[in-house]
Design a binder for this molecule. Structure first.
Ligand SMILES: Cc1cc2nc3c(=O)[nH]c(=O)nc-3n(C[C@H](O)[C@H](O)[C@H](O)COP(=O)(O)OP(=O)(O)OC[C@H]3O[C@@H](n4cnc5c(N)ncnc54)[C@H](O)[C@@H]3O)c2cc1C
Length: 386
């Protein structure tokens, strides 16, 4: 079968690319290995799909080349996607921090994209896993018993996260096959696992949640943190996990903006564990306050020892043993080196006609709708160039 362009992967990026190319009259085919399109869209945002973020900026993305994403993000903005959502009369709301979610279900977003594909005349092949790609004067994709040919090939096969729903290294393998450099991938937006010592100290706090500032590698996030039976999770931890390098510490301010020991400046306040505990409980969840004091009591009741206690509570150094890995990661960081691609079109500089879009590229969004915005923007950039 012959087309103007073949798109490998019918996720967020592949669908947007197909729509843009189809609208411009190109004969495009999506080859999707699963039995349906957009499985990740369906499970995203707790089933409500956080489809974009009103405050999307290049600074919300992690990449070896922080400038690479700018052009695509500027040419397909959150407002462009919102216009599409509104055209389809999909009800949505801002949850927090500019994050837009469907009121009803993520299915609304998938059905909208499927409908746009249909209108744009996109051919869709499900249960069609691309096994092998070769290139003569055109690209030839072998999938099961079929052979597809086109002068342009778009790789939109996503990253390694959530192997359970079919994530594979196919996109990276293909990039290597064509001589493109890969930045070693790692799991991002993922819960952290405690060291054995910390697990023994904190794992029975499972379910306790508190607002913190988590920082490492020059980045910081003020959001909720959650204790789990194996370590730490919650938005602040998921955010910082993308920037975390193994063995490095993560610093956690357990009581951002609050002074815990200032009450002791008043000479009438007794300097006792009971008084400090009652202060701590005004700022921390009760069980965490008790445990913190049990494990890190002030060394004495002097001003300097209280200062040290205060500082430590605002700068808890956690050295995680690792992360929960790709099984639990919302995204894969690293990927096809952006220096290999045109920032305007996502086309390979070395192999004309070969494009990479979405999560397989070394551009990773922070939590909050940014990964979908990158999928839409990079998909649109390639789709307009086909
Ligand atoms: C649980 C969870 C929740 C998330 N929630 C959000 C959220 O609310 N907001 C947000 O912005 N981001 C969210 N993300 C991240 C977001 O889903 C991804 O960044 C985004 O889906 C990437 O789009 P993509 O098209 O590049 O890849 P994918 O959506 O992964 O699509 C890749 C497609 O390629 C197919 N494929 C793979 N190999 C082959 C092959 N060999 N042949 C044919 N097809 C193949 C796959 O089956 C898949 O359909 C979430 C991720 C997870 C795991």
């Amino acid at each position: 079968m012959r087309f103007d362009a073949l798109i490998l992967g019918g996720g967020a990026a592949g669908l947007m690319c197909a729509i843009e190319a189809g609208k411009r009259g190109r004969r495009v085919a999506i080859l999707e290995r699963a039995d349906r399109l957009g499985k990740k869209i369906l499970i995203s945002g707790g089933g409500r799909c956080n489809f974009t973020n009103l405050h999307c900026q290049p600074g919300n993305f992690l990449s070896a080349n922080p400038h690479f994403a700018k052009s695509a993000l500027a040419r397909y903005t959150p407002a462009d996607f919102i216009a599409l959502v509104e055209k389809h009369r999909i009800p949505y709301h801002e949850k927090t921090l500019g994050q837009l979610f469907c009121d009803r279900s993520a299915r609304d977003i998938l059905e909208m994209l499927e409908c746009e594909c249909h209108t744009a005349g996109v051919s869709i092949f499900l249960n069609t896993k691309s096994d092998e790609v070769t290139r003569t004067t055109e690209f030839i994709v072998r999938a099961a018993h079929d052979e597809f040919r086109a002068p342009a090939l778009v790789v939109a096969t996503g990253g390694l996260s959530i192997p359970k729903i079919g994530a594979t290294s196919f996109g990276y393998d293909l990039a290597r096959q064509f001589g493109l450099n890969i930045r070693d991938p790692w799991p991002g937006l993922v819960p952290l696992v405690f060291s054995e010592e910390d697990r023994a100290s904190y794992s029975d706090l499972t379910g306790v949640s508190t607002e913190v500032i988590a920082s490492c590698d020059g980045q910081q996030f003020r959001e909720k943190m959650l204790f789990t039976h194996r370590g730490l999770s919650g938005p602040a931890i998921l955010q910082i996990s993308s920037y975390w390098k193994k063995n490095g510490p993560i610093q956690i301010d357990l009581a951002p903006g609050r002074e815990l020991t200032s009450i002791f400046q008043d000479a009438k306040t007794p300097r006792t564990v009971a008084a400090l505990r009652s202060e701590l409980k005004k700022s921390l969840p009760l069980r965490l306050a008790d445990r913190w004091l049990e494990l890190h009591p002030p060394a004495a009741w002097t001003n300097s020892a209280l200062d040290t206690f205060e500082q430590k509570t605002h700068a808890w150094d956690v050295t995680a043993a690792g992360t929960e890995g790709y099984e639990k990661a919302e995204v894969t960081a690293g990927g096809v080196d952006s220096n290999e691609l045109s920032a305007k079109t996502m086309e390979s500089r070395k192999v004309p006609g070969l494009f990479f879009i979405g999560e397989v590229v070394d551009v990773t969004g922070q939590l909050g709708g940014f990964n979908f915005q990158w999928a839409w923007a990079s998909g649109a950039a390639a789709g307009r160039a086909l």
